[in-house]
Write a protein that binds this ligand. Sequence first.
Ligand code: 8IG
Length: 279
Amino acid sequence: MTTAPSLDDPMTDPFDVAHEAAEFIAAKTGVPGHDVALVLGSGWGGAAELLGDVVAEIPTAEIPGFTKPTVSGHLPVTRSIRVERADGSTRYALVLGSRTHLYEGHGLRRVVHGVRTAAATGVTTIVLTNGCGGLHMAWRPGQPVLIRDHLNLTGQSPLEGATFVDMTDVYTPRLRDLARTIDADLPEGVYAQFRGPQYETPAEVRMAGVLGADLVGMSTGLEAVAARQCGLDVLGISLVTNLAAGISPTPLSHGEVLEAGAAAGPRISDLLARIVKQL
Ligand code: 8IG
């Protein structure tokens, strides 16, 4: 008897599991290949409905290699959505309603399995969204920000072995330009990824600011690295759900994060839908 390859087995090639997951998605959705993928972070959950008609919905935990999400504000479903593009053509979007975070302790392979699976389904572009802390008083909770670059402060990488991937334009400049044709006022920023799960201390936020960060979060950088390894174009959009610790006079709470996400939901969902129709 053969057992399914496991991401926990170091002898397993994680890309084999991603291909197995992609075949599972193709079988369950009836969509042989997808064109664009989206990962919906905190606050972005409402965006999927506006993209187009839901072709199929799969509980993410059923897909090979995926882990049950543990963060409230994330949806444990993966959807295939038919998108009518602005020019009248049709595209298929694979929407991952949740992600696995480094702080959950399931390992780097599971953190980037969604990205690798998306690539294996055929997508050439991935949109990574998140909720994060902002370092600028002018960015109020609910402000969407395009990610221009990142600082990976986790000390870890999803790449295994001597895998040298160019990091010059991780976040595709053309896609940021495209986003600004939809909302010219979208600001850009550098996203600093911390391991979490604790939020930063005020001293850590000041450190991140000195290093050039505008945003602090716990997810997107490692996924973007994995996406670039797969050759995907990446659009990163953060939703500032709270001012980073020490910038805001009040302590942070996950409740505040969910509230800001809910309040900004309709606006950012509309923004995302309009961007995806142009991709
Ligand atoms: I939502 O202030 C959200 N995620 N690291 N810091 C970090 N992650 C976050 C924050 C924050 N807000």
